[in-house]
Structure formats: structure tokens, C-alpha cells
Design a protein. Structure first.
Length: 543
């Protein structure tokens, strides 16, 4: 392996490694704009220049690959490359480049969404000049909406071309281009057609200077007011890793979080905007009992007393008279508790099912391999595993049964056939975040949580177990779904549901659910854990 020295720091690196990325990975800052790890090398911003011993002039580090030199060419007899990133020549070059980039750049920081996360702000402070020698009138171009999700402020653009390369190389549809040449160059759409691909929001994420901005986040709040939380997207079964910006007013934006095993640096616009599904919902804040043609709000104690009275005889429930319906929108822990409830009550296998049914269709696969699943439930795989089922869908046998349905999501998916099945039930209990179509048929409605209020784990469609974190508070009076299931179990006289946290359920499920051996809170971590790999490691350790 090549041995290099950067600023007197020795590093042993992989053959062919990119110099800029190697420095960044080892905590050595080299300013850059046009470089992005998942895009081709453009080399047009000239900010990442470094001095390399034995090479003429300054080199752009984004386009230098590290290789092993013959023994006779090694520096000081051992180094394959010696790099200086802070020499006076390098500093002077950066300063001159920044001066050119800022010639026409407006002082938009007080109103720019990128302020606080802007590379141009940071680098001009660290590497630029205190004043500009440019006294002429600045070039001015009007802002323009490039597509439903993206605006461009051309005056801020430094022509790094990240957005152009993204559309070409990641999406596979070159909807953006650099129009005109020289001083008149500008980023624009091709043939006046809007940028409307499902990944368009990522162009705002990768813009380093606030030229491309998200229509959804535009002028909402300042980024330093956001508290960012890590979780996963819940709008399809891929389970993209995301970070969610939250204020006291709720979710303000969703951005991708790097996970090479799942979504790389990207998320789709459906996932980015999916949190708006809850915007128009009137959330339930207390349990409801059906009364005449409407519902009456009651306390948690009253509703569980009512359930106990209606479902048990002498404190016991007839096993064959109970139907448990899990949710593909629920966490592994919620569905595990439902299966444990069913086992505790000796509910027959045929009386356990998963809702909603299978979602057919073809995935959308982009040039880079990023995909959007046709299954819009985030945890079908994990829910089936936890419930011990092979397929989803309601059994047409709910007549004269007590039915417990965990809805878990905020999507109305009830079809006429599902409605007819649910109407056959003798006593229907629905756990839902709002008065859904399913809940309107219920005798009892238990308030539940929205996607981004949940805690636990989910398993994506490629058997990767990932952590779900509640990033916003539930409305007053609403309990986490797993806690509701625990209390529901108590109302039916079951005593072995004593949990202090959802993590206890995660670790218990790993012991009791086939295939989840080795899956613990620690092994899942922040980036998830491959189910197959963890199972193999657990089996080897057991031997």
C-alpha cells in the first residue's frame, strides 16, 4: 500500500485512492466546490489545489490518484507522495480563486436558505480577502423556478456543475445544462422542460452555495434553528437513511443521510415531502367509543375497562374468538408484541394477519442504481417476520370475532373488499393516529402515532434492520403504539408484558424471532445491520 505524507502526517492508503477524499477522510481540510464523492470529476472550481513534491505547479487534488512509486523514485526513500495543503503558494491560489468566484456573488446571506451551511461563507472567511477589488456593476439574472421542487438564484451560482452531473450520472436524464459560454454561462433546463424527476430535490442538497434551493424549505426558517435527528424514511420499503430538521413547529425539512448500503447520498422527492401526509389530519388525542352514529372521547382507563368488559368472560377471552391484525407501517417491536399477545391468548395461526395487503408494481430504478419501491409500506418484511407470516392480507373470516387492528400509518388504503371484511367483525378495535376509514368502522378507537413519532426498528425489503427514532412529539394524550399494546394486553389479563423501554423489546425479539439472532440495539447502530450477515456471525460465534 502507498505511504504518503500530508502536512507532515504519514498515511498508508489504498492503491488508486483519490487524494482529496483521502485527506478529508483523515480530517485534513482541503476546500472544494465541484467535487462530490458520487459524481465524476469536473475539476472546474480550482479550490482544491495542493502542492505535490516533484510535480510542477499546483495540482487539483480531486483529480490526483495515489499510486505506489518504484523504489528509486520514492521521496526520502519511503514516501510515494508528499503533499502540502497550506503552503503560501496554495493559500494565495485559493484567495485568488475565491475573489473570482465572488465577483458577481450578491450579499444574500441574510435571506439565503444556505446561510449557516454555505461553503462560500465558510471558505471566504477562512481563505478569502477582507474586501473585493471588483468595483464594476455586478451581473444580475432573475431567479427562476426550474421545476415543481427547485428554484434557482443564478446570481449565487459558481458553476460547479454538480447539479448538471447529478441529473446526467445519477438520474440518467440530463434535464439540466450549462447554457451559453464564458461570462454569460448559466445553469438552466433543457428545451424549457421542467426538472421533474423523482430525485430533483437532491440538486438543492448538493448545491454548495445556495443557488439551487428547495421549494418546500424556501424561507421557512434559519438552519441554526433546526434540531436535526437521524432516522429512516417511511414512504417505501427501501428505508432510505435521512436526517430530519425539526423546530417547535414540527418537521421543517427532510434531507438524505449517507448510507452506502441503502441509499448512498440520495432520497427521492416522495420521501422528502412525505411528512406532509400528516399536515391535514385531525389527530386523535384520546380513545373513542362508538355511540349511536358518532364517537365519544373517553380516558385510557375507561377504554381499557370497556374492552375488558366486552371481550372477556370471568377475566378470560376465548382464543378462537380473537383476530390480531398487524401493520406493515408499524415497527418490528409493535408487531412482535402483537404476536406475543396472540401467543399468550393461544390465538390460532389463521387468526393472525398483516394489513395492508401486498402492493404490486415495478420499482423505479435510476442510472446510479438508486431505487424507489412500489411497496409504500416501510416495514412489510419485518412485520411478516415478527408475526410469523409468509404473506400479507386480511383473511375473509372475521365474522363473530373480536378484532384488533393496528393501522400504524397515515394513508387511507381501505378498499371496498376490506370494508366488507371489517364490517363482519363482532367487536372491532382500531389503533390509529386519526379517524381513518378503518377507524370509522370500529367500536373502539385507540389513538396511535404518526411515522416520525415512532421508536424502534424496521426491516427493509433487502433484509436490513434499521433504527427508527421519534423526531417529533406526539399530541398530548397520545401514547407510543407499543405502550398501547402493552396496556391492551393488561386489559385482557396478560401479565408478562413488562417493558421499560422499546430497546428491551428489540433485544427480546432477537432471541425469540427466527432469523433475528444477533440483532441488538448496539448491532443496529445508526446505519442498520444486514440480517443475513448478523445471523451468520451469530451462528459462527455460537460454534
Amino acid at each position: 500500500m502507498p505511504l504518503i505524507k500530508i502536512n507532515n502526517k504519514e498515511l498508508e492508503v489504498e492503491q488508486g485512492a483519490r487524494l482529496l477524499q483521502t485527506a478529508l477522510d483523515n480530517g485534513i481540510e482541503i476546500p472544494h466546490y465541484c467535487y462530490h464523492p458520487s459524481l465524476s470529476i469536473a475539476g472546474n472550481c480550482r479550490m482544491c489545489v495542493v502542492q505535490i513534491e516533484g510535480m510542477p505547479g499546483l495540482q487539483i487534488s480531486c483529480n490526483v490518484n495515489i499510486g505506489e512509486m518504484p523504489e528509486e523514485r520514492k521521496i526520502d526513500g519511503k514516501y510515494d507522495m508528499v503533499i502540502e495543503t497550506e503552503s503560501e503558494e496554495v493559500k494565495d491560489s485559493r484567495s485568488r480563486v475565491l475573489e473570482l468566484l465572488l465577483l458577481n456573488h450578491p450579499i444574500d446571506c441574510p435571506v439565503c436558505d444556505q446561510a449557516g451551511e454555505c461553503f462560500l461563507q465558510d471558505y471566504s472567511f477562512e481563505h478569502g480577502n477582507a474586501s473585493s477589488r471588483f468595483k464594476e456593476e455586478k451581473r444580475v439574472n432573475p431567479k427562476k423556478q426550474l421545476g415543481p421542487e427547485i428554484w434557482i438564484y443564478p446570481n449565487r451560482c459558481i458553476l460547479c456543475s454538480r447539479c448538471v452531473r447529478f441529473c446526467d450520472e445519477i438520474v440518467g436524464d440530463p434535464q439540466l445544462m450549462v447554457r451559453n459560454r464564458g461570462y454569460s454561462s448559466i445553469i438552466d433546463v433543457r428545451d424549457n422542460q421542467p426538472i421533474d424527476n423523482k430525485l430533483s430535490g437532491n440538486t438543492a442538497d448538493i448545491c454548495p452555495v445556495g443557488s439551487l434551493v428547495s421549494n418546500d424549505f424556501l424561507h421557512k426558517t434559519r438552519v441554526w434553528n433546526l434540531e436535526e435527528q437521524e432516522t429512516i424514511c417511511m414512504d417505501c420499503s427501501v428505508g432510505c437513511n435521512v436526517k430530519i430538521g425539526v423546530t417547535v413547529n414540527g418537521i421543517q425539512r427532510i434531507k438524505p443521510r449517507l448510507n452506502k448500503e441503502v441509499n448512498d447520498y440520495w432520497i427521492c422527492d416522495d420521501g422528502r415531502l412525505g411528512y406532509h401526509a400528516a399536515d391535514e389530519l385531525v389527530r386523535l388525542q384520546s380513545p373513542l367509543l362508538k355511540e349511536d352514529d358518532g364517537f365519544r372521547p373517553v380516558s385510557w382507563k375507561e377504554v381499557f375497562d370497556f374492552i375488558s368488559e366486552k371481550t372477556t368472560v370471568n377475566g378470560k377471552l376465548s382464543p378462537g374468538n380473537m383476530e390480531i391484525i398487524g401493520s406493515a407501517y408499524g415497527t418490528n417491536e409493535e408487531n412482535y408484541l402483537l404476536r406475543k399477545l396472540a401467543d399468550s391468548l393461544s390465538v390460532p395461526e389463521e387468526n393472525i394477519s398483516l394489513y395492508p395487503g401486498e402492493m404490486d408494481g415495478d420499482p423505479i430504478i435510476f442510472k446510479s442504481g438508486f431505487r424507489i419501491s412500489p411497496d409504500k409500506t416501510p416495514n412489510r418484511r419485518g412485520s411478516l417476520d415478527m408475526l410469523g407470516l409468509k404473506s400479507s392480507g386480511l383473511a375473509d373470516s372475521l365474522g363473530n370475532k373480536i378484532v384488533y387492528l393496528l393501522q400504524g400509518g397515515v394513508h387511507d388504503l381501505m378498499t371496498e373488499s376490506v370494508s366488507e371484511i371489517l364490517k363482519k367483525s363482532e367487536f372491532l378495535i382500531v389503533q390509529s393516529a386519526y379517524l381513518s376509514d378503518e377507524a370509522k368502522l370500529a367500536d373502539v378507537v385507540l389513538p396511535g402515532t404518526f411515522h416520525y413519532e415512532k421508536n424502534g426498528t424496521m426491516t427493509n425489503d433487502r433484509n436490513r434492520v434499521q433504527r427508527v427514532r421519534g423526531v417529533v412529539q406526539s399530541p398530548i394524550g397520545v401514547k407510543e403504539d407499543w405502550k398501547v399494546i402493552v396496556e391492551f394486553s393488561g386489559a385482557l389479563g396478560i401479565k408478562n408484558f413488562n417493558y421499560e423501554s422499546v430497546d428491551e423489546i428489540t433485544n427480546e425479539a432477537a432471541v425469540n424471532v427466527n432469523g433475528y439472532e444477533g440483532i441488538t440495539v448496539e448491532s443496529v447502530g445508526s446505519l442498520g445491520s444486514d440480517l443475513n450477515r448478523e445471523r451468520e456471525a451469530f451462528q459462527e460465534k455460537a460454534l
